[in-house]
Design a binder for this molecule. Structure first.
Ligand code: PGA
Length: 249
């Protein structure tokens, strides 16, 4: 069964001390028992923060990226094996900022998925179209293609994977996809999963919406039949806002 998930993507924000306080506050504020909360934090904080949530039920720490190779001469990079050994079980892959600024192409993301799966790391796999593509009316076809070029190569692993639909025009812009726009895309993704891999698998993939999720719009988005939660950037940096989002299901 698919899970309800509120994931916070801190990106390159907060000091370790600020992050610590934020996680502590969110833990203290609590969450519905059937909601999973994932903090996607800078690499440097993984160990400390993982320790902080270790005893809290349903709270997890995730990385925001990993390298596609197992190991080697890749100065400054972090491998899936390193994450596994820190007991990190989730990792964002394919965020549009990584696709845009760091050359995370579909071909590289296919490799990143492979190495993540090999190391028992569940991807939070991002997809989403630009404004130009949205305006052309080809957004569904485009996003399904992103998945076909990457995730769909791993039929045995897809069950349990988290997909995050994040239209690029909605990320950090304050412009959110309407619940209808989100539901249209999420339903299309699930239907494609079902067609290719069967209904059981399709029902076991949580599809999150991301892009200017706030306490004010979360409930409407999360009430859509195929929206299983959110990947939240800016609004995950304040304990009060993120808590309200976590409690919007
Ligand atoms: P945002 O970011 O909520 O600040 O729009 C979402 C994301 O990039 O994951």
């Amino acid at each position: 069964m698919r899970k309800k998930i509120a994931a916070g993507n801190w990106k390159m924000n907060l000091t370790l001390q600020q992050g610590n306080e934020l996680v502590k506050d969110v833990l203290q504020n609590g969450k519905p028992t059937d909601v999973e909360v994932i903090f996607c934090v800078p690499y440097l904080y993984l160990k400390d923060l993982n320790e902080l949530v270790r005893e809290a039920n349903g709270f997890y720490i995730a990385a925001q990226n990993l390298h596609e190779k197992e190991k080697g001469a890749y100065t400054g990079e972090i491998s899936a094996i390193m994450l596994k050994h820190l007991r990190i079980r989730y990792c964002i892959l394919g965020h549009s900022e990584r696709r845009q600024y760091y050359n995370d192409s579909d071909a590289i993301l296919k490799e990143k998925l492979n190495i993540a799966y090999q190391n028992d790391i569940t991807p939070i796999f991002c997809c989403g179209e630009s404004l130009e593509i949205r305006k052309s009316g080809k957004h569904i076809e485009y996003v399904i293609n992103q998945l076909k070029n990457t995730l769909f190569y791993y039929p045995d692993k897809i069950s349990g994977t988290i997909i995050a639909y994040e239209p690029i025009w909605a990320i950090g812009t304050g412009e959110t996809a309407s619940p209808e726009q989100a539901e249209e895309m999420h339903a299309a993704i699930r239907s494609e999963l079902s067609k290719k891999f069967g209904e059981n698998i399709a029902e076991n993939v949580s599809i999150l919406y991301g892009g200017s999720v706030t306490p004010a719009n979360a409930a409407d988005l999360f009430s859509c039949a195929n929206v299983d939660g959110g990947l939240v950037g800016g609004a995950s940096l304040k304990a009060e806002d993120f808590t309200r989002i976590i409690n919007s299901f």
